[in-house]
Design a protein around this ligand. Structure first.
Ligand code: HEC
Length: 180
């Protein structure tokens, strides 16, 4: 079966090729102006795309928003949890349509996938909201080293994160704040 996922999104059209500005010769009229206009148009289109992308809602938006006070530490923690570490992929349950259950955001979930080879594996991701199993200090150490307070490591598929101190503190503080 042919996979479509890797086809270019927009096939190159011949018309767009022929419409491309030709290299300005020494006596072509106002070569710079055309070029500048093309560049500006391209830049404009690019920024419009960026603006549209950032205005779009961030996926199946998280239910709990403890960044209401806009504490920069929590804002950063939330960004790292939701957009970098993607913790919800495992730690949030989904409904039968595959959508996150808003009320149970980061409250732990059974994993809907398994390894294809024998390996250590945890069948479920525990709750993170409020960080029920660790205090702030322990959570920071865990996020920096991959070691739990008792020295053990979380089983796969929990990633072995190596956050730096600032990021680990932000993530832990944000997760703690979700318990309030
Ligand atoms: C690919 C799935 C996956 C992702 C992504 C993931 N986790 Fe996990 N996490 C797990 C699983 C599974 C466990 C349970 C491991 C075990 O039981 O040994 C776990 C365990 C943990 C624990 C340990 C809890 C305890 O007391 O033992 C913490 C804390 C944790 N994850 C935090 C995070 C954070 C923070 C993120 C995002 C920055 C994250 N996880 C992303 C799957 C994941």
């Amino acid at each position: 079966m042919k996979r479509t996922a890797f086809r270019p999104l927009r096939p190159l059209r011949r018309s767009s090729l022929s419409a491309a500005p030709t290299r300005p010769g020494p006596d072509s009229p106002m070569p710079m102006k055309t070029k500048t206009r093309t560049t500006l148009a391209a830049l404009g289109a690019f920024w419009l795309t960026v603006a549209a992308a950032s205005a779009a809602p961030a996926d199946a938006a998280p239910a709990l928003d403890s960044t209401r006070g806009q504490d920069p530490l929590l804002v950063r923690g939330r960004y790292l949890v939701e957009h970098v570490g993607l913790c919800a992929d495992c730690h949030s349950p989904r409904n039968e349509k595959g959508e996150f259950v808003r009320e149970l955001w980061l409250k732990g979930a059974p994993l809907p996938f398994q390894p294809t080879v024998p390996m250590p594996w945890s069948p479920a991701a525990p709750p993170l909201a409020g960080l029920p199993t660790m205090n702030l200090e322990q959570a920071v150490a865990f996020l920096r080293t991959g070691k739990r307070p008792d020295g053990t490591e979380a089983r796969p598929p929990m990633p072995q994160f190596r956050f730096n101190a600032d990021d680990a503190i932000a993530v832990a503080a944000y997760l703690k704040s979700l318990g309030k």
